[in-house]
Design a binder for this molecule. Structure first.
Ligand code: 9MR
Length: 849
């Protein structure tokens, strides 16, 4: 709503309504109705255009606080062009005051209707407002003849030979029943991680209470026996929930067991376990999610019981994609085969920017500790091919990203198309293979091109030991993409290109440039990329935004990669320290937050749960770099929020915890709408609280919500409760971190190159036992950057799988006494590109410092 509109409206409420269009009007009733509850959602357009919809020939946009659209000419009927809102409840016999402000350029007569949303489209109010160029306010009253939960408010704008522009603002329908009051069931007021706690980790809970002084708490085992007690810490009113809370800490209790509860203020928490294996399945579940998101391939019920379905968008009717996809009109004159990849979310779109960060984070989880990911682990069709399943899954997406690259000889060759999706939005439920919409390629963008450059460069080094040809194809594509992005540095995705799919627009790609340059530098070691990295403002600036990183903020990815993947950037020490500084910042936010959240902006973002996780990725990386316990503890505590220690007292991961999200917005896991369909698979993250509540369900039920309450587990709440490939990726990453235990071993390893020649090298390794115990029988593990292989060893037995090397002692040197060391050497053959010394070593499964 514009400011002058607000003043006008205030004035208007004081005067009687203008003559009504409906026979039911009378000034007295109208004044009464005008005081009634508001039934229109977002009639001021302060929250964007949702939940207003338009016919496909319209693009709705907010212009100076009003909703505006260019109405095409050449239509025959008023109903050929419509803007509307659905789901308006009417109560029979109630009188309503309907008003709006609207303008037309040039002036026009429009049609304003409140009607039945289906045939015979019965009209309860029908008006023909004269719309002027400067704009006027229009008001009407009518009495509803029926009760209806879902009437429709529409503006019919068609029937004009010439095109014109329509704008409206302050649409209001007052009267009738108070909108349904939504009270979430938040269960007991003592909030815990309802899955459990790690024996050696922090164990904290939050109590919602009116008390302002410390309360007693008790930890009870499954037999209701009190095993620990203490006093809470009052924390005042928490801004993220608007509630008065206390925290309590039972970290000192380390005894494993099932069915513990915490009692405080007369309330008993949901039960939870204390167990070391708490997170063993989380990374696997979070990664298995990707197979059922796959496009272009049949999902086998044998691999995912209950989730089998035919291939989607594989060129079989009624699908119109994705084997021969044209561009949007005027964008290109070729077609591309872009079959495959993952569906982005609950929609059937495939977006290069979002695919990029998702595939990157999967590969980065792998690159962090390659030995943790095995072949056969994810039960995918490729299991058993000798390649870790996580790489098979990543390849499924990466092949799609490669296919989005503009072919040689075409305009913008080497760039990547921003996205491919349906011409129009489809309804729910709709299985992928049943989508009848035409599919279109959208214009190439610099952001998509750089996502491709970054992930292709990363793919090149990770696939080098498994498939040299695929690795080479990726490196070549990465170089072409980089050159094309440099030549076209400012081709931005259109923010209004959001019909049939999300816009994923981003008008600052300097961060994508930095990330891509970092990946290309790590993989090739080449000067061009090094210079670009060193010259980027993101290399030295504070990239650690409070709100976390995401698909549109990727400088952090470049920084994390340069800090953790071995490379020769000259200021590496500073880069690593900067990650620790970022982590310290998130630690401070978490410490101040009574729910242990490392994310606390005044309003929560779309997909806040993934921002929480991405902040945890930074903290976890600080643990990897330093081995300092406070960072590991912070990651563990951060996970508690997602699994129940929150204002809604619910878990945001499907299948984890007794009250967990299960109705995430999806066209095929749509059990809430069709009981024959499944819920999302175990391990699916919900987007989580989103203060902007753009969707109609959230707008109807969550109006005025405090950040943590801006969430509802309803399939139609796409703004708070969707599932996406980029949100499950940090869940998999953090899950892998939590599952590996992160234990440190008392050892130090020195790895030194002793000469190299084209194609080969010699290295020496010294393992020092810095602990107090003798190591009897050792096995040392590290991994190469890319395609290096060990050949012959001295004083050691060597084995290699992919790029993971395992070195074991021989009979005479397999004991290392405290303070002593063992030295061995070996010859290796070099992969293409740089050959930095490995930096991460695990001795008998535990990481050396
Ligand atoms: O995750 C995206 C969020 O950051 C944006 O603010 C929002 C609006 O552009 O779009 C979200 O992404 C959606 C995408 O546009 C279409 N597929 C579903 C995505 C998750 O809701």
């Amino acid at each position: 709503m514009t400011r002058c509109r607000a003043a006008l409206l205030a004035l208007l409420t004081m005067v009687a309504l203008s003559p009504a269009a409906s026979p039911a009007a009378s000034p007295a009733v109208a004044a009464h109705a005008d005081e009634g509850p508001e039934q229109i959602v977002n009639g001021t357009f302060d929250a964007g255009t949702a939940p207003w919809w338009g016919t496909p020939d319209l693009t709705l946009a907010v212009d100076e606080g009003r909703l505006c659209a260019d109405v095409p000419g050449g239509t025959a009927n008023p109903w050929d062009v419509i803007i509307g809102q659905d789901g308006i409840p009417l109560v029979a016999g109630e009188t309503y005051a309907y008003r709006f402000a609207a303008s037309a350029t040039p002036a026009k007569v429009g049609r304003a209707l409140i009607q039945l949303p289906v045939d015979p489209w019965t009209q309860y109010l029908s008006a023909a407002p004269e719309l002027s160029v400067p704009g006027d306010d229009h008001s009407y009253t009518f009495t509803a003849p029926v009760s209806l939960p879902n009437a429709q408010v529409v503006f019919q704008l068609g029937g004009s030979a010439e095109p014109w522009r329509f704008c409206m603002d302050d649409v209001s329908l007052k009267g009738g029943a108070e909108p349904e009051e939504y009270e979430p069931d938040t269960g007991p007021r003592v909030r815990v991680n309802m899955v459990g706690y790690l024996p050696a980790g922090p164990k904290k809970a939050t109590v919602v209470t009116t008390a302002t002084t410390a309360l007693e708490w008790e930890l009870k085992d499954a037999g209701k026996k009190t095993v620990a007690r203490g006093r809470t810490t009052p924390r005042g009113v928490d801004a993220s929930s608007g509630e008065n809370v206390h925290t309590l800490d039972f970290s000192a209790h380390r005894k494993p067991g099932k069915g513990y509860t915490v009692t405080a203020d007369g309330e008993t928490s949901r039960p939870f376990d204390i167990t070391a294996g708490l997170y063993d399945e989380l990374p696997v579940d979070a990664l298995r999610f990707y197979y059922t998101q796959r496009s272009g391939i049949e999902i086998l019920d044998t691999l995912r019981p209950g989730y089998g379905r035919p291939a989607g968008h594989a060129g079989v009717a009624p699908n119109q994609g994705d084997v021969d996809v044209p561009c949007q009109p005027g964008v290109c004159d070729y077609t591309l085969n872009v079959k495959g990849g993952w569906y982005d979310a609950g929609d059937h779109g495939k977006y290069v920017v979002n695919g990029g960060i998702s595939v990157h984070q999967l590969m980065s989880a792998y690159e962090r500790d390659k030995a943790a990911f095995t072949d056969g682990q994810l039960a995918v069709p490729e299991s058993g091919n000798g390649v870790p399943d996580v790489l098979d899954e990543a390849r499924w997406e990466q092949e799609f990203l490669l296919s989005m690259q503009v072919p040689d000889g075409e305009p913008y060759a080497g760039m990547a198309h921003h996205k491919i999706h349906d011409q129009n939005w489809t309804g729910l439920p709709l299985l992928p293979h049943q989508d009848p919409q035409p599919r279109e390629l959208h214009p190439p963008s610099t952001a998509a091109t750089l996502n491709l450059a970054a992930t292709a460069a990363q793919t090149a080094r990770l696939f080098a030991p498994y498939d040299a040809a695929f690795a080479a194809r990726n490196l070549e594509a990465a170089r072409r993409a980089w050159a094309a992005a440099r030549a076209n540095p400012e081709r931005y995705a259109d923010p209004a290109d959001g019909v049939g799919g999300g816009a994923y627009n981003d008008a600052d790609v300097s961060d994508e440039f930095y990330w891509a340059a970092a990946e290309l530098f790590i993989t090739t070691g080449e000067k061009e990329f090094e210079s670009f990295v060193l010259g980027s403002p993101h290399h030295t600036g504070d990239v650690w935004r409070d709100r976390g990183f995401d698909w549109g903020n990727t400088a952090q990815l470049g920084r994390l990669e340069l800090a953790t993947v071995p490379n020769t950037i000259p200021d590496r020490g500073r880069v690593r320290r900067s990650v620790i500084e970022g982590a310290d910042k998130y630690l401070a936010v978490q410490k101040a937050h009574p729910y242990g959240l490392p994310y606390n902006p005044p309003d929560f973002d779309w997909g806040s749960n993934n921002l929480v996780l991405n902040n945890l990725v930074v903290v976890a990386t600080a643990y990897d770099l330093t081995g300092r316990e406070k960072y590991r503890a912070a990651v563990r505590e951060g996970m508690d929020y997602l699994l129940g220690r929150n204002a809604l007292n619910q878990s945001y991961v499907t299948g984890y915890g007794e009250v967990a999200s299960k109705n995430q917005h999806s066209r095929w896991y749509a059990r809430q709408l069709d009981p024959a369909l499944p819920n999302p698979p175990r391990g699916t993250l919900a987007g989580g609280p989103n203060s902007a509540i753009q969707d109609p369900v959230a707008q109807r039920l969550l109006r005025g919500c405090k950040p943590q309450f801006c969430y509802i587990d309803d399939i139609e709440s796409w703004a708070t409760n969707e599932l996406t490939i980029n949100w499950n990726a940090p869940l998999a990453w953090v899950g892998a971190f939590l599952a590996d235990g992160g234990g440190r071993s008392g050892c130090r390893v020195r790895y030194s190159g002793h000469g190299s020649w084209p194609g080969g090298f010699i290295a020496q390794v010294v393992i020092e036992n810095t602990g107090r115990q003798s190591v009897d029988g050792w096995s040392l593990r590290w991994s190469w950057l890319g395609g290096q292989r060990v050949a012959e060893g001295w004083g050691v037995k060597l084995a290699q799988s992919g790029s993971v090397v395992t070195a074991t002692g021989l009979g005479w040197n397999d004991r290392i006494k405290p303070g002593r060391s063992v030295t061995f050497g070996f010859a290796g053959t070099g992969g293409a590109g740089p050959d930095p010394a490995p930096e991460v070593f695990h001795l008998n499964g535990e990481r050396c410092s």
